[in-house]
Design a protein. Structure first.
Lengths: 138, 438
C-alpha cells in the first residue's frame, strides 16, 4: 500500500540517535529518509530503510521501542509550486496531513516527499488518478 | 514555660504508677468493647489480668496501619458512637484513610498535648499564634488551634497557603509564633524578600514545625532566615495528631507526653523491646484514649528514647529527632505517599506491570518538594506522534494528581532505561537529604 516507516522512541540524551544509526550501519542498512520530532524530554525518530524488515528486527534486538507506520511517498518535480499543488489537492479532498518530510533522492530532477496521512489509501488513489508517481519501495 | 508541671515534672516512679493504672484500665475496656482486640488477645491466650506490671506491655499484640485500614471506618470504636465528638483521618494513603475518632476526653488530651507543645516553644496567653497548617480532616490545623485555646493565646486560623496574606497578617496582627511545615517556613521567608518585607522586622520569635521530616541543617536555615527559634514537633493522626512529643527550649530531643501516650522502642525485625538509648521503631499505646484506642501501634518512625534528664525540668523522657522510617513511605509536600500507590495508578493506565522511578528533590528556590516520575513507555503505548506521547504524559500527570493529591512531573523514558536491580526494585531516589544530622 504505502511505504513502511519505522518510528523509534528516544530519550533526549547525548548520542542516542547515533546508537540507532550504529545498529543500522552494523546491519548494512541504508536509510532512504530520516526525520526527528522532538520535545523537551523525548524525541521520535522516523526512518525509512532500504530493508525495512531487517531494520525492524535489528532495532528490536537492541531493545529499541519501535512502531511501524504506513506513509505515502510521492515523486514531485523539483520546481517552484509543485509541493503546493499536491497540498492543494489534499485540501480539496479533505485529506489531513499529520506530518511531512523529504527523502534523500539523488536524481536532482524530482524529490520524494513523505506524507503521514490518516487515510493513506485514499490519498494515494487521489494522487495516482491525477497522474502522480506514488512509489511503493525505494 | 511548663503548662502542666504536676504531670510533666512528675517523679518518674509516680509517673510509672499512673501509666500502669491507665494501661490496665485501657486493656480491660478494649477487651470488653472492641472485638478486634478481644480476638487478638484470645489468639495469644492472653487475658487482661495477665498484665501485672508496666513491663508486661510487651506481651500485648501490636497494632499496624493495615489493621486500621481493615477496620475502617468504625471497627476500632471502644465507646458508643454517640460519645464521639470529632473525627479526623490521614491524608493521601492507599485506598482507605486511617481514622481517629475522639470523645470529649480524647479532645481534652489532644488539646493538652498541643498546649504543652506550644508552651515548650515559649508561648503564653500573650502570644499571637499564626496557624498555617491546613484545617480540615488533617490533624495539623485543628490540633494547633485547640492547643492555642488551651494556653489562651490568640490564634489566627489562616490555614495553609496564600503566602502574601500570611505575611500581611503576620505584620499587621503581630504574630509572635507561627506553625507550618518546615519547607513552607523557608518558602515564606523567600517570598517575603520578593515582596520587599524583611522578616527580621516582623515580631515573630518562634515557630513549631512538623508534619514532614526535616533535618538539623534545615532548622539552622529556618532560624537564620527568620531570626527565630524553630521547634520540632511530633505527632500522628492515628494517635491524636500533633502534640504527642515536642521540643522545649533546650531544642535537644522531643519530650514525649508519657502520661497520655506510652512510648516503647522495638527492634522492627524481631518486635523485641529495646532499652532507652537504642535506636529502633517507635511504638505507642494510647493509655488514656477512649474513642479509638490503640495498643502498641507501630509508627514505623525510627528514633530512640534519650536517657539523659532534660535541663528544662520536665521529667518526661525525650525521643530523638526522627532518623527515618522502617517502610518506604514518602512524605511529599506534607502528603503521605507510598510508591505502591504510584504503581497501582500506573497499572491502571498502562495495563501492565510498570517500570518507574520516583525522583524527589527539594527545590532550592521554593524549598518545596519537586517530584519527578520517570515512566518507561511500553511498546503498546508508543505512538508515532508527539501529540500522542504528550497526551499519555498529561494523562499520567492528571491521574497522579487525583490519586495522590500532589503535582508530579512525568518524564517518559525508554524501556529498559531504568536500572534493574536483583531483588527489591529501587523505586525512589530521594535527594532531599532529610534525615542528615548530628
Amino acid at each position: 500500500m504505502g511505504i513502511q516507516q519505522i518510528s523509534i522512541f528516544l530519550e533526549n540524551t547525548a548520542g542516542r540517535i547515533a546508537d540507532v544509526t550504529g545498529v543500522l550501519k552494523d546491519a548494512g542498512i541504508n536509510l532512504r529518509a530520516i526525520m526527528i520530532a522532538d520535545t523537551a524530554d523525548f524525541g521520535i525518530l522516523r526512518v525509512i530503510a532500504d530493508d525495512s524488515e531487517k531494520a525492524l528486527a535489528v532495532l528490536k534486538e537492541h531493545k529499541f521501542t519501535t512502531r511501524t507506520t504506513d506513509v505515502l511517498a510521492v515523486h514531485i518535480s523539483d520546481a517552484v509550486g509543485s509541493l503546493h499543488e499536491v497540498l492543494t489537492i489534499f485540501d480539496k479532498h479533505e485529506i489531513n496531513i499529520e506530518y511531512i518530510y523529504a527523502s534523500l533522492e539523488k536524481t536532482g530532477q524530482s524529490a520524494v516527499i513523505i506524507f503521514k496521512i490518516e487515510d493513506c489509501k485514499k490519498a494515494k488513489e487521489v494522487l495516482c488518478d491525477i497522474g502522480f508517481d506514488c512509489i511503493d519501495s525505494f | 514555660m511548663i503548662l502542666s508541671p504536676e504531670l510533666e515534672c512528675m517523679n518518674r516512679k509516680d509517673l510509672r504508677v499512673l501509666q500502669f493504672a491507665r494501661l490496665k484500665n485501657l486493656i480491660e475496656k478494649i477487651y470488653a468493647n472492641v472485638p478486634f482486640y478481644k480476638e487478638k488477645f484470645d489468639a495469644l491466650g492472653l487475658k487482661p489480668s495477665d498484665i501485672r506490671c508496666l513491663e508486661d506491655i510487651k506481651k500485648l499484640p501490636f497494632t499496624t496501619k493495615d489493621d486500621l485500614r481493615q477496620t475502617y471506618p468504625y471497627g476500632l470504636l471502644a465507646v458508643p458512637q454517640s460519645e464521639i465528638v470529632e473525627i479526623h483521618m490521614s491524608s493521601g494513603t492507599t485506598g482507605l484513610p486511617v481514622v481517629n475518632a475522639y470523645t470529649q476526653a480524647d479532645m481534652d488530651q489532644w488539646t493538652e498535648g498541643m498546649g504543652r507543645t506550644l508552651s515548650g516553644a515559649g508561648a503564653t496567653r500573650n502570644d499571637t499564634v499564626q496557624n498555617a497548617y491546613g484545617y480540615g480532616l488533617f490533624t495539623g490545623g485543628m490540633g494547633v488551634h485547640y492547643g492555642t485555646q488551651r494556653i489562651g493565646a490568640t490564634v489566627i486560623p489562616i490555614s495553609s497557603g496564600n503566602t502574601e496574606k500570611q505575611l500581611m497578617l503576620m505584620r499587621d496582627f503581630h504574630s509572635t509564633l507561627f506553625t507550618c511545615t518546615p519547607s513552607y517556613a523557608l518558602y515564606m521567608a523567600e517570598k517575603a524578600e520578593s515582596m520587599g518585607i524583611n522578616v527580621h522586622d516582623l515580631p515573630v520569635r518562634a515557630g513549631c514545625f512538623g508534619a514532614e521530616p526535616w533535618s538539623e541543617n534545615m532548622r539552622k536555615e529556618i532560624e537564620k532566615a527568620w531570626n527565630i527559634k524553630a521547634y520540632d514537633i511530633y505527632g500522628l493522626t492515628e494517635i491524636t495528631g500533633p502534640g504527642v512529643a515536642f521540643e522545649c527550649e533546650a531544642q535537644d530531643g522531643m519530650h514525649f507526653n508519657e502520661d497520655l501516650w506510652y512510648p516503647e522502642i522495638i527492634d522492627p525485625e524481631t518486635g523485641e523491646p529495646l532499652p532507652d538509648g537504642e535506636k529502633g521503631e517507635l511504638v505507642i499505646t494510647t493509655i488514656l484514649k477512649e474513642g479509638t484506642p490503640l495498643i502498641r501501634y507501630r509508627t514505623r518512625d525510627i528514633t530512640y528514647i534519650m536517657k539523659e534528664a532534660c535541663s528544662c525540668g520536665r521529667t518526661t523522657r525525650k525521643i530523638h529527632r526522627l532518623f527515618g522510617r522502617t517502610d518506604d513511605l514518602l512524605i511529599l509536600r506534607g502528603v503521605n505517599v507510598f510508591p505502591s500507590q504510584i504503581e497501582h495508578a500506573l497499572i491502571e493506565i498502562q495495563g501492565v506491570q510498570p517500570n518507574y522511578l520516583i525522583v524527589v528533590d527539594r527545590s532550592e528556590k521554593t524549598h518545596l518538594d519537586d517530584v519527578e516520575l520517570h515512566v518507561e513507555v511500553s511498546i503498546d503505548q508508543f505512538s508515532d506522534e508527539t501529540r500522542g506521547m504528550e497526551a499519555l504524559r498529561s494523562k499520567i500527570e492528571a491521574v497522579m494528581k487525583s490519586k495522590l493529591g500532589i503535582s508530579v512531573k512525568v518524564k517518559l523514558v525508554e524501556p529498559m532505561s531504568i536500572e534493574r536491580s536483583i531483588g527489591k526494585a529501587k523505586r525512589v531516589i530521594d535527594k532531599r537529604n532529610l534525615y542528615n544530622k548530628d
